[in-house]
Design a protein around this ligand. Structure first.
Ligand SMILES: [Zn+2]
Length: 302
């Protein structure tokens, strides 16, 4: 399988940067931002010729999921759990293999995400706490340069991700999040376009005036499984979730995140936060299944 992509190559030597969107099919700011970046390189030939190195844009990695309007394709597998995939596997496994080939041949990697249909996420740039000091330092520089308000380093032990393929290949990589809730906000698209160009400037691939520093919070949390958002604050029942907090709120252990109701409201369970910190991720799609997350708290002192 080959992923639909555009490559722009400058006349001078430099690194090979890979930028991907829609690893999950219901995340739209990344698709719009990468298309705008392609348009910018198309319409400004000088931008391409003066580029040091090359940039590969893949606006939609998971086309089968995108066409369904879902996080996953119809084999039900999460592309960000089955990497590096298999060339002879199901549609998601084949897509994972094709993506992994691109990551393994890159020098640097940016993977753009959002909270998708069911969640909203505070804008952040994240990376794994890589065991190689040089890779980790490059990831820190890329995440800060991307210039979103939160920078989050988490445990490097999670497998199956695009970022774990990069980790195993020693390719410095970051991922980003920007809201979600099945919509596409203009400020997110603009922030993603700027962020990618900022990282290219940080990697000396192009010259660009530094933009005002928007980074407010830097947290590194090396505890195992930190950064695994889907396991935090699970719902005890299947039902309708009504949040008691907003994205970005400060919350303490025991404070209610919200309540899950059965359809007639006779069974209602309030979900108390198990952590203190900032509401980093919040379920915005009310239907929740038992065991699914309703939100993630960013602990400020990890
Ligand atoms: Zn995603």
């Amino acid at each position: 399988m080959e992923l639909a992509k555009r490559i722009f190559r400058g006349e001078m030597d430099g690194p090979q940067l890979l930028i991907t969107g829609a690893v999950h099919g219901d995340e739209f700011e990344p698709i719009a931002a990468i298309r705008r970046l392609i348009d910018r390189f198309e319409s400004d030939k000088e931008l391409e010729t003066t580029l040091r190195g090359s940039v590969t844009f893949v606006p939609v990695v998971n086309e089968a999921a995108f066409l369904r309007g879902h996080r996953c394709a119809d084999d039900g597998l999460d592309l960000a759990r089955v990497c590096p995939g298999r060339a002879d596997g199901s549609i998601t496994e084949r897509t994972a293999r094709a993506l992994s080939d691109l990551i393994e041949s890159a020098d640097y990697y940016i993977d753009l995400h959002t909270g998708g249909t069911e969640f909203a996420v505070l804008p952040l740039a994240g990376y794994s706490m890589h065991s190689d000091a040089k890779v980790l330092e490059a990831q820190r520089r890329m995440a800060k340069a991307f210039n979103l308000p939160t920078v989050w380093g988490t445990a490097g032990n999670l497998d199956g991700r695009s970022l774990s393929v990069a980790r195993d290949a020693n390719v410095p990589a970051i991922y980003t999040e920007y809201l979600g809730s099945a919509s596409c906000c203009e400020e997110g698209v603009v922030a993603y376009v700027d962020g990618c160009l900022n990282v290219m400037a940080e990697l000396k691939m192009l010259d660009r005036e530094p933009t005002a520093d928007r980074v407010e919070t830097i947290v590194e949390d090396p505890r195992p499984n930190s950064g695994h958002m889907q396991v935090c604050n699970p719902s005890p029942i299947t039902g309708y979730f009504e949040p008691a907090v907003s994205l970005g709120d400060e919350i303490k252990v025991g404070d209610p995140l919200g309540t899950v109701f059965d359809t007639v409201g006779s069974d209602r369970r309030t979900i108390a936060s198990t952590q203190s910190g900032i509401v980093l991720v919040l379920r915005t799609f009310p239907r929740v299944h038992e065991g699914e997350s309703v939100g993630v708290i960013l602990e400020m002192q990890a």
